[in-house]
Write a protein that binds this ligand. Structure first.
Ligand code: NAD
Length: 335
């Protein structure tokens, strides 16, 4: 039966793709965001611009819906996260507090919350060799590196308390670095895959082969392709599992390896220059054991296949920017 769903953050990267997926599967979708989607029109049946820090805006957004996919957040890559602690804590707490209260008041049946791998304790991520990955149970005792992680943890708890005390059925996914077409690729909020695609494309198109990387490039991450993330969100929402679940790939690479992969896809020789910059934790990978047990599924797209599609999309953006002289690239980021 067709449901009425709200996607918050539907003007952003994951929310935009998710709204399209839900419409395709027959749901009626309302998308809400403080801005319109940047690269193409929303697929939502009803798209509204609203500031969800405002309680009344949240009440209007949830009106008449059965379910909520709550993705709206003031967010970015490492450069942004490591230098905007107060803004992140303030804005995202306001959005989350008001959205959960509105969902409860309107007797919404279910809410999905997008948490993050940044909730995991810093002390477990001090080494680049993270083959073992972070398990869901590693979250406590808590010691996230940044305000982003503390704020997401607080909302994870809020989701749990609303479920226990008010029967608001909540599910939580901890996203690990999501990438793909239509994601932020410049401006300061982009993450490592987009930043590296942009830098390599710029090297290819301008002939300046130098690609700058923050730190020694040996810091590690795993990256989840957008189609897998959207599919995982849908499966988690419908799983009946209420404790937080990782949603990420366990194909871990160093940032140097990531750049090499992108350069290989682009067919260009590049020279890496390692410079000072925020690097985040030293190593991070997703342990997908619980995800496999609960969902009988894990993200199937390998990094190279996802990067191929993403690189092609970003190369087109870079070409356009170079042609129209809109080259305002700041720094690259590690999410
Ligand atoms: P995004 O920045 O593209 O999307 C977030 C959207 O929220 C943006 O469109 C933004 O305009 C909107 N927003 C911000 N403040 C708002 C407000 N006051 N009112 C209404 N809308 C507002 O980011 P994304 O990558 O699509 O991330 C979606 C969610 O997933 C976020 O909660 C993010 O923290 C989480 N997450 C993403 C990643 C990733 O790698 N992309 C990793 C971990 C967690």
């Amino acid at each position: 039966m067709s449901k009425k769903v709200l996607v918050t953050g539907a003007g952003g990267f994951i929310g935009h793709h998710l709204a399209a997926r839900l419409v395709r599967s027959g749901d009626w979708v309302r998308g809400v965001d403080i801005k319109e989607p940047e690269f193409e029109g929303s697929h939502a049946d009803d798209f509204r611009v609203a500031d969800l820090r405002d309680a009344q805006a949240c009440r209007e957004a949830v009106d008449g819906v059965d379910e909520i996919y709550h993705l709206a957040a003031d967010m970015g890559g490492m450069g942004f996260i490591s230098s905007h602690h107060t803004q992140i804590l303030h804005n995202n707490s306001m959005i989350d507090l008001n959205m959960f209260a509105a969902a409860h008041s309107a007797s919404v049946q279910r809410i999905f919350y997008s948490s993050s791998a940044c909730i995991y304790p810093e002390g477990l991520q001090e080494h680049a060799d993270m083959q073992a990955g972070l398990k869901e149970s590693d979250a406590y005792p808590a010691q996230p590196q940044d305000a982003c992680g503390w704020q997401k943890l607080m909302t994870e708890r809020m989701a749990m308390y609303y479920r226990h005390e008010h029967r608001l059925e909540s599910t939580v996914a901890r996203f690990h670095n999501v990438f793909g077409p239509l994601g932020t690729w410049r401006g300061g909020r982009e993450k490592a895959p987009a930043a590296m695609c942009r830098k390599v494309a710029t090297a290819k198109l301008t002939g300046d082969a130098v690609v700058e990387i923050w730190g020694d490039g040996e810091q590690t991450r795993s990256f989840c392709y957008i189609d897998d993330c959207v599919e995982g969100i849908y499966r988690i929402m419908n799983s009946g599992h209420h404790e937080p679940l990782n949603l990420g790939s366990d194909e871990m690479v160093s940032i140097n390896q990531l750049v090499d992969l992108v350069a290989d896809i682009a067919g260009v020789q590049i020279t890496k220059r390692h410079i000072d910059g925020p690097q985040g934790v030293r190593g991070r990978n997703s342990d997908n054991t619980l995800m496999r047990d609960v969902l009988g599924w894990e993200p199937p797209t390998n990094l190279k296949a996802g990067l191929r599609v993403t690189y092609a999309w970003i190369e087109e953006r870079v070409k356009l920017a170079l042609a129209t002289d809109q080259v305002d690239y700041p720094l690259q980021h590690v999410g």
